[in-house]
Structures are given as C-alpha cells and as structure tokens.
Write a protein that binds this ligand. Structure first.
Ligand code: TXA
Ligand code: MG
Length: 316
C-alpha cells in the first residue's frame, strides 16, 4: 500500500487528479492550492463551476489555515466527529482558491476517516479538494471498481482503499449567526449531531437552501427509471409487463422469481443498509431493466439520509 500511496502523492504533487478512498464515498482529488489542478476536477466530472468542492484536511489542527471565525459549536462538532463524515461550512481565508468555493466566501472542510487517505494527506504539504468520484448527477462510487468504470480513461490513478465503510456522503453543516444548520443529510445522523450541540435547523431542501447548490438537482441517479414507494408490491402489480429491479430495506417480496431484488440489510440495520445502498444501485442499473423501484425507509436515523438520496435518484 505504501508504494501506491507514494505514487498517488507524486501524481498529486505534479498537478494531476487522483481518485482517493474515504469512509463515505470515493473522491476525485487534486491539490486544493493549485487552481489548474482543481479546474481539471470540474472538467473530468462535468460539474458546473457554480457547485463548490469539499476540502479534505489531515487533522483539525489544519483548520485554522483555511478558515476564520470558527463558531464554538463548529469546534465542538469538529472535535467530536473528526476524523469522520461531517463537513463543516465556514468563512474562508484568502488562501483558499475561489474556484473551490464557487466564489462564495465560505469553504466546506472535513477530515476523512480512512487510513489510506489519512496516510496520503500526511505526506502531502497541501490539502485535497475532492467531490465524489462520479460524473455529475450519477450514482456515487463506494468501491474502486465503480470509479474505474466511470473514469479509467481520464484519470491516471485510482487509489484503492477497499469498500467505503459508511457508503453515503458526509453530512454537511453550516452556521447562521453561529448556530448550526444542516445543509445535507448524510452519514452522521441528525440525532447524533443534536446530542453534541442541541437543536439543529434543517435546510436541506431546494426551496430553503439555494445556498447549497449541490442539493438542487436530480442527483445520485441510475440510468434506469427509478421510483420510490412505500408499498413496493402494489407498484410491481401495477406494472405486470415490465422488467423490474427492486431495492428493499430488509425483506424480500414474494415475487422473487420474477424480479431482481437487492436487500440492503437482512437484519434491518440502517448502517448496513447505507453501506450497501449505492453498490446495490450500481448493480441494478447494469441489468438492462425497464424500471427500478426502491422501498421508502422509516424516516428516522440513517433512514432519513437514505430516503433523501432515493428521492433525489427518482427526480425527473
Ligand atoms: O462524503 C463526502 O462528502 C464526499 C467525500 C469524497 O468527501 N464528497 C462529496 O462531495 O460528497 P460532493 O462534491 O459530491 O458534494 C459536496 C457538497 C455539494 O453539495 C456542494 O454544493 C456542497 O458540498 N458545498 C461545498 N462547499 C459549499 C459551501 N461553501 N457552501 C455550501 N455548500 C457547499
Ligand atoms: Mg456528489
């Protein structure tokens, strides 16, 4: 592994884009202080320049180099959750290039919790800007092979760190008058954050969060037309002549011979379901089906974050 990490470091130092593992999803990384390198990320991903990137740093100590005015609750959250799947939006210092922040005066920062990427950050003398390593709008990658399928012809290296253990993106929290505001549901639950800093206001919908641009569009979407339903069996019965793939929380449907089923967690464990979500979507999307139908999760715990991703995957 050491050899791969050193190779990735050398490529990044030369201004290349390299895919890196994190505990949430794979990222498409470049030197955050090199504007030309960061511009390549937008080009490779097909991402509009108005959609800002997350900066990955090696430890909480590096935060003060990038941001000003850290509210007390931001510090509490960073101390509690980093390294981990929480991204904080804070007022940026000049050193952060405007291309990363889409000209905004804030920057998104987190310390990823993956041994390979932490080792990589440790030998680099710059932080890594990285969005998820998928073409804009498509299903996020949770294994190296997902990234290779998307980008094998356009990036020089995918640093393979195995399967991402959380499986959905980080939770994003910003601050308004020093109070925390949730901009994106993710791997860390609302309940966990509220335990540390008390009541959290939630602005993760388009109407209330024009400021979190990545949250606007159809996103995380399979190529196959996808539906989100409470009663999956009723949906299947209404479409008798279709080839349907089914994404279920913990129980098979009785129509199991007719259709392709993905059970996200036989034990009904939300964390396991989140870990399996995107890989199951990638598999179903490759089967040449007419439709995919996903089961709506209970609206608690990580079920909230999973429903959020499924809703965005089913938007037209
Ligand atoms: O888990 C993750 O967060 C992964 C891994 C690779 O770290 N990254 C990821 O990046 O999901 P991306 O680019 O797919 O999503 C970043 C989100 C976007 O919705 C973007 O709009 C938001 O972060 N964002 C970045 N900077 C922001 C800012 N200054 N203000 C508001 N939203 C911001
Ligand atoms: Mg993304």
């Amino acid at each position: 592994m050491k050899v791969e990490i050193e190779k990735a470091a050398a490529l990044l130092e030369e201004g290349n884009v390299v895919a890196i593992p994190t505990e949430t999803v794979y990222g498409l990384a470049a030197n955050a202080f090199d504007e030309d390198a960061v511009r390549k990320i937008f080009e490779i991903k097909g991402r509009p320049l108005f959609n800002p990137l997350i900066v990955h740093i090696k430890s909480i100590d590096f935060l003060e180099h990038l941001v000003n005015n850290i509210p007390p609750k931001a510090l509490q959250l960073a101390q509690h959750f980093w390294p981990g799947s929480l991204t904080l939006i804070l007022p940026k210092k000049e050193i952060v290039p405007n291309i990363i922040t889409a000209e905004k005066d804030t920057v998104a920062v987190r310390v990823p919790n993956h041994p390979v990427t932490l080792a990589l950050l440790d030998i680099l003398d710059f932080p890594l800007a990285a969005p998820s390593a998928n073409p804009f709008g498509t299903i996020s990658p949770t294994e190296a092979k997902h990234v290779i399928d998307y980008f094998k012809d356009t990036i020089p290296m995918v640093l393979d760190g195995g399967i991402c253990q959380n499986g959905i993106e980080s939770t994003i929290v910003g601050f308004e008058f020093d109070e925390p505001v949730l901009y994106r549901l993710g791997s860390i639950t609302v309940e966990e954050i509220e335990k540390i800093v008390g009541r959290l206001s939630i602005k993760n919908k388009k109407e209330v969060a024009p400021d979190a641009p990545g949250m606007l569009e159809r996103h995380y979407a399979p190529k196959t037309k996808t539906f989100l339903e409470t009663d999956v069996n009723a949906f299947i019965q209404k479409h008798p002549d279709k080839k349907i793939g089914v994404l279920l929380f913990n129980q098979r449907t009785e129509n199991h011979d007719l259709i392709h089923q993905e059970i996200l967690s036989e034990n009904g464990n939300y964390k396991e379901a989140a870990l399996n979500l995107y890989a199951a979507m990638h598999r179903l999307d490759k089967l040449g089906l007419d439709l995919i139908v996903a089961e709506r999760f209970p609206d608690i715990d990580l079920g909230k974050s999973i429903n959020d991703r499924l809703e965005r995957a089913t938007k037209n």
